[in-house]
Design a protein around this ligand. Structure first.
Ligand code: ADP
Ligand code: NI
Length: 215
């Protein structure tokens, strides 16, 4: 039964996100799913079914992919209702998805280990080589510059500023990506983050070297 629910959910998500080019494509979701299950196994914690479902559906209600966050939540709710899930499971999955997003650094307290694991898996996919690729894909899609040394790095910011303010993809590393490692919840994810962090640091160093050009 659970296998069937997972398969049905995969088909739904693949259809919904297949064409997205902002870094929220099916492959992102699948990596988050696999990394979340890996963390669950290593930590010997959490309900793997809830984790897999929440990972699969975590971007479905995203406000950037919907007219509004309310519309997004409605879509998720309607889909969950079509599945043979208990009320409790539906509630838990929706709660995980509602609480894990970064949104400019606002901290929300995660209450369940399942939420912590899915958040870690989503964050791991925003850093490292994949994270670098996603940042520039997102930046290109939004029409923001690769880099502009005259723009200041923003520290604290509201959700509105985070989404709409003027920035560059390189700035995004300082505003979000480099901070994620210290925000991880599990030891397993922290270990996985180490080589990814190093990759971003090396990338930035080389980027500035090349940016300054050769005389
Ligand atoms: P979250 O849901 O955690 O707020 P997003 O959905 O905003 O994350 O981000 C999706 C992907 O796009 C991530 O890899 C993220 O790092 C990247 N991204 C988000 N905002 C920007 C930005 N302003 N510039 C470059 N990349 C971005
Ligand atoms: Ni995601």
């Amino acid at each position: 039964m659970k296998n069937q629910i997972i398969e049905q959910t995969k088909i739904y998500v693949r259809n919904e996100l297949g064409e997205d080019a902002t870094g929220h494509d099916w492959f992102h979701v699948d990596r988050v799913r696999l990394n979340a299950l890996h963390i669950c196994k290593k930590e010997k914690a959490g309900d793997p079914f809830i984790i897999e479902m929440a990972a699969l559906l975590h971007d479905i209600s995203d406000e950037k992919l919907n007219e509004s966050s309310e519309k997004g939540e409605e879509k998720l709710k309607l889909f969950l209702r079509t599945l043979p899930l208990t009320d409790n499971d539906q509630k838990h999955i929706k709660q995980i998805i509602a609480t894990i997003s970064f949104k400019g650094g606002q901290h929300t307290n995660l209450t369940t280990i399942e939420a912590k694991i899915v958040q870690d898996a989503d964050r791991l996919d925003a850093i490292g080589a994949i994270g670098i690729a996603r940042a520039f894909a997102y930046g290109g899609k939004k029409g923001q510059p690769i880099y502009d040394p005259s723009i200041k790095v923003r520290n604290e910011m509201s959700i509105e500023e985070y989404r709409k303010g003027k920035s560059t993809s390189i700035h995004h590393f300082y505003e979000k990506l480099l901070k994620l490692k210290d925000l991880l919840n599990t030891e397993t994810a922290l270990k996985m983050a180490e080589s990814r962090q190093l990759m971003m640091e090396t990338f930035l160093e080389q980027f500035y070297q090349e940016w300054d050009g050769q005389e």
